[in-house]
Ligand binder design. Sequence first.
Ligand code: PEP
Length: 260
Amino acid sequence: MKKLLIVGNWKMNLNTQEASLLVHRLHQHIKTHRDIEVVLAPSLLTLQPISMEIDRRRFGLASQNAYFVDEGAYTGEVSFNMLRELVDYSIIGHSERRRYFQETLEVVRDKVAAAVRNGITPILCVGETSPERAAGETQRVIHDQLTTALHNLTPEEAANVVVAYEPVWAIGTGDPEKPDDIKKVISWIRHILSELYGETQAGEQRVLYGASVAPEFVRDILKNTGVDGFLVGGASLNYQQFAGIVDSAYAALHEGSDHD
Ligand code: PEP
């Protein structure tokens, strides 16, 4: 059975001290569940200290970015190769990187390949902007983002990639996309994956939803869209909210059963 994956993207927030305090609170408030994997994505600066503070049996670690060349004269960059063994996952292709740092489809593709080459699982973000949605281009945008990003991988490598559907227009608004609409896009993503790798792999691949996730939306999205977890931005900076998301997910998973 697939574990539910819940990833907290702290973005460019929290200095070392603040990050350490949040980790302390998360240890106190997030319960460990066998069927839920919780991953933290702090800034590059705080990855190293946080890696020594967290209980790695309870929390995985992700980078928010890295460069696709393994080493060399690339001032200011950190490579996936340098992050080997420090992180389990790397968020790649986030809309903020595509938008503010001009990451093209090809850059995202090369980063996905570099992560895989270095034993790091990509969390590949795909999603349409507001104008693209208004123009009815959601399916095309997601098709292009997904197929280009996976292009240089073998089917076995692609199977391990986590896809995160993030409607760009809903990020940071407090108002997630409606479950019916999320469901359509998640089905579209699995359809593309099944065309590429067959139905079995498409069904097994982990596909997350991200954009304005908060505890009160978790049940509905989890029950009605076919997602395997969440990529959480703003709410992951608040330990009560983030713990609430994990609690709600656990409750939704076990509704009607008496597991603990
Ligand atoms: C994100 O940007 O990846 C995200 C999910 O942000 P938020 O939860 O704040 O909408």
